[in-house]
Design a protein around this ligand. Structure first.
Ligand SMILES: O=C(O)[C@H]1O[C@H](OP(=O)(O)OP(=O)(O)OC[C@H]2O[C@@H](n3ccc(=O)[nH]c3=O)[C@H](O)[C@@H]2O)[C@H](O)[C@@H](O)[C@@H]1O
Length: 431
């Protein structure tokens, strides 16, 4: 039995057998055997295919405009107003990941000192998007407008550079989290590789080209054992896919610096923490669990050695970011062509005093006045590294970077924010 498709579109029309009336037989025979009719059929099929594709593109462009949260006169006005500079010698900065932890703090600091800021964020649900919306609302009260879109949206990026001649890009949009890379590896490729390249393409084509400062990570040191970690140490042994994508980012940005003259500064952040932080990070999830009376899992390294991190307070990181923007130097290219060498820099932004995870827990217990229920387990092979420790000499010399907040002080500020944000009164939830 022929399929429906075969019945409607026989593969060999000339041999089409008609067994009804003789008259019809003659007609069909004439129809399929004449070459001019064949030509008409071909034309018909081409027209059908073409109209199918134009309908498809109409539907997709239509839905793009229907669902797009950007574009239009009012939108452009908001972008321009947000980008306005209010100080002598100020800059206009496109901050990607502006609704994120570091992004929201940096945006606010720039705006406060009179720089123009436009944010970009896709508000994904890697962690509770309502926290991102709350950061957005906070920024909005300070005059920072955040465009809701993905950094992979090349058309939007081109439009933004059309509307504003950004002097700088602070690129903080990324898929963060070391261990989550085993659950969702593609999200790291999407944001940290594809998204970075899309942004670099937009920056290289922009006229004038902006200078770029972006977030790499202390995780690029991977299995490096030389302490403290210095920028010249080996970084070709990543322990997680997250670290590998950040290291790849350093190589990708180098290429754009080399070929197109983009000014690049990569910042290797060391476990940043503080108010408005990331709920997926240990200090945050420990706080939540301790307050809710739930157990926490504390990982332990080989031979029962405690894990340690060079925890760095958000305000210190913000100073490092602003110092990087201020000293970035200009990109040299224009019209997608390099006109001369441009700066390429990489800095550690750490605290230079690692603290073990059990110590982190006891500091939290002190501030929360609640004892944690600890499950101590051996570190699973999920991308974690045993310790991090930053050498910050270069950042100190070139950016004037000088961290001033120790973990005890920084966690106190975090806990104060946490209790007030989540509605606790003296450690008890307010109903
Ligand atoms: O500095 C960096 O490069 C990285 O810092 C953090 O990564 P991580 O240091 O692993 O921060 P946490 O996830 O907060 O973990 C801190 C420590 O607590 C430990 N931990 C974590 C979670 C947990 O349930 N138990 C536990 O003992 C981890 O093993 C680690 O030693 C961030 O999550 C990364 O996005 C960032 O790039």
């Amino acid at each position: 039995m022929p399929s429906l498709e075969e019945e409607l579109f026989p593969s060999t029309p000339g041999k089409f057998k008609i067994e009804r009336t003789h008259h019809m037989n003659r007609q069909f025979h004439r129809c399929f055997s004449s070459s001019s009719t064949m030509f008409l059929w071909t034309l018909f099929l081409i027209a059908l295919t073409a109209s199918y594709f134009s309908f498809q593109s109409f539907v997709s462009s239509g839905s793009r405009y229907l669902t797009a949260s950007w574009g239009g006169i009012q939108w452009e006005k908001q972008v321009r107003t947000s980008a306005q500079i209010h100080r002598q010698g100020g800059m206009s900065v496109l901050v990607t990941g502006a609704a994120g932890f570091v992004g929201s703090h940096v945006s606010l600091a720039l705006k406060r000192r009179g720089d123009g800021v436009v944010g970009l964020d896709n508000f994904n649900d890697y962690y509770d998007p309502s926290l991102k919306k709350a950061r957005k609302a906070l920024l909005s009260t300070h005059g920072v407008f955040i465009v809701e879109a993905d950094v992979n949206d090349a058309k939007l990026l081109a439009k933004l550079f059309d509307v504003v001649a950004f002097t700088h890009v602070m690129h903080l949009a990324a898929q963060a989290g070391v261990r989550y890379a085993m659950e969702n590896p593609q999200s790291y490729v999407h944001s940290n590789i594809a998204g970075l390249v899309t942004l670099m393409e937009a920056c290289k084509s922009a006229n004038p080209q902006p200078a770029i400062v972006w977030a790499s990570s202390s995780s690029v040191y991977g299995l490096n054992e030389k302490v403290p970690f210095s920028e010249l140490d080996q970084t070709d042994q990543p322990a997680s896919l997250y670290a590998a994508t950040k290291k790849a980012g350093e190589e990708i940005t180098h290429t754009y610096n080399h070929i197109y003259g983009l000014s690049i500064t990569g910042l290797r952040f060391f476990t940043v923490y503080g108010p408005w932080g990331r709920p997926d990070m240990a200090y945050f999830s420990f706080t939540r669990n301790i307050l809710q009376g739930k157990p926490i899992t504390v990982y332990r390294g080989k031979n029962r050695v405690d894990l340690a991190r060079d925890f760095t307070y958000i305000d210190d990181i913000v100073k490092g970011c602003l110092g990087s923007l201020d000293t970035s130097g200009k990109s040299t290219g224009s019209g997608g062509k390099k006109r001369g060498p441009a700066p390429f820099r990489i800095f550690n932004l750490g605290n230079t005093s690692p603290v073990t995870v059990p110590t982190l827990v006891s500091i939290l217990e002190g501030h929360l006045k609640v004892k944690a229920k600890k499950n101590v387990v051996d570190m699973p092979g999920n991308g974690d590294v045993p310790f991090t420790h930053a050498n910050i000499s270069s950042a100190r010399i070139e950016l004037g970077y000088k961290p001033t907040t120790d973990l005890q002080t920084g966690l106190k500020k975090f806990v104060k924010w946490y209790l007030s944000y989540y509605g606790y009164n003296h450690g008890k939830p307010v109903n």
